[in-house]
Design a protein around this ligand. Structure first.
Ligand code: ZN
Length: 269
C-alpha cells in the first residue's frame, strides 16, 4: 500500500488564543519576573547591611578615601571649620557609631555626600554657596541623617553593597571594592530618605543653636535664583526641589515649635 503523506492542517502553529491576550500574558509575566528580581536585590541589600553593622563599617573604612577624590589643601581654613562644625553637630547624636571625617573636594559643583565609614565630602562649590554657619550646619546635619539611616550604603548601589558584604565575610580588604566619588555624585536618594535626613538635620541644628534661623536659607536662595548658576545643578539633581524642601522644613519647624529666629553665626573664613 502506498503511503500518502497527509498535509498538516492549516494553522496548527496558530494558537486559539487571541494574539493580544498572548502579548498581554507575556508582558505581565516579564513584569512579575522583573519585580521579583528587584525585590530580591532589595532584600539582599538589607540583609547585607544587617550583617555589616555600622560599627564594623566604621572600623573597616576608618582611613579610607575614594580613589578619585581630589582634596583641597589640608591646611585650608574651610576644611578645618567644616570638620569642627561636624564634630559639634554629631555630639548631639548620642552613641553615634561613626567618627565623622570631613574632606573638601576641589570641584566647583555644589554637592555634599555621605560615604562609608563616616566620611562626609563637601565640595568647594558648596562652601562658596553657603553664607552663614547656620546654612552649612543644616547641609552637614542632613548628611548625618543619611548615616543615621544608613542610606549612604544603599546609595552606593547593589554591586558595591554586596561586594562590601563579601569582603567582610571573606576578610578581604574593603579598599579593593573601588568606590568613586563620581559613582555616588549622581545617585540620589528617594523622597522618604531625603525628608528623613532633613528632619534629622534640622533637629541637630536646633539642638546646637536653640533655633533654626537661616537653616534652609541656602535653599530659599537657590529656589529664587532657579537656573541662575550652573554650580548648583548637581546638588539639586540628587536632592529634592529646593522650594518644596523649604516648605517642608518650615512646616516641620512649626510642628516642633523650634524658634525660627535667633542669632546667625557668620562663617569664619
Ligand atoms: Zn540627601
Amino acid at each position: 500500500m502506498k503511503y500518502i503523506a497527509k498535509k498538516p492542517k492549516e494553522g496548527i502553529n496558530v494558537s486559539d488564543v487571541h494574539p493580544l491576550v498572548e502579548a498581554g500574558t507575556l508582558v505581565v509575566g516579564l513584569t512579575a519576573i522583573f519585580i521579583a528580581i528587584v525585590l530580591l536585590l532589595v532584600f539582599l541589600i538589607e540583609a547585607a547591611l544587617y550583617f555589616v553593622p555600622a560599627e564594623t563599617e566604621a572600623e573597616l573604612f576608618a582611613d579610607w578615601l575614594p580613589e578619585d577624590l581630589v582634596t583641597i589643601s589640608p591646611s585650608d581654613d574651610r576644611l578645618y571649620e567644616a570638620q569642627m562644625l561636624v564634630n559639634r553637630l554629631s555630639a548631639h547624636w548620642a552613641d553615634a557609631p561613626y567618627t565623622f571625617r570631613v574632606e573638601v573636594d576641589d570641584s566647583d559643583l555644589a554637592n555634599a555626600m555621605a560615604l562609608p565609614g563616616g566620611l562626609i565630602i563637601v565640595t568647594q562649590g558648596l562652601l562658596d554657596e553657603v553664607e552663614s554657619e547656620n546654612e552649612l550646619a543644616f547641609v552637614l546635619g542632613h548628611e548625618l541623617g543619611h548615616f543615621r539611616n544608613r542610606d549612604h550604603l544603599r546609595a552606593l548601589g547593589r554591586g558595591i553593597v554586596l561586594s562590601l558584604f563579601f569582603a567582610v565575610v571573606t576578610g578581604n580588604d574593603v579598599a579593593g571594592i573601588g568606590i568613586n566619588v563620581a559613582d555616588v555624585t549622581l545617585r540620589g536618594f528617594n523622597r522618604d530618605q531625603e525628608s528623613d535626613a532633613d528632619e534629622f538635620g534640622l533637629a541637630v541644628v536646633y539642638a546646637e543653636y536653640g533655633h533654626v534661623d537661616e537653616a534652609w536659607r541656602l535653599f530659599e536662595r537657590w529656589d529664587e535664583q532657579r537656573n541662575g548658576t550652573t554650580g548648583i545643578v548637581t546638588y539639586l539633581a540628587t536632592h529634592p526641589d529646593a522650594g518644596d524642601r523649604v516648605e517642608q522644613l518650615e512646616r516641620l519647624a512649626q510642628r516642633q515649635q523650634w524658634p525660627a529666629e535667633g542669632e546667625v553665626i557668620p562663617l569664619k573664613w
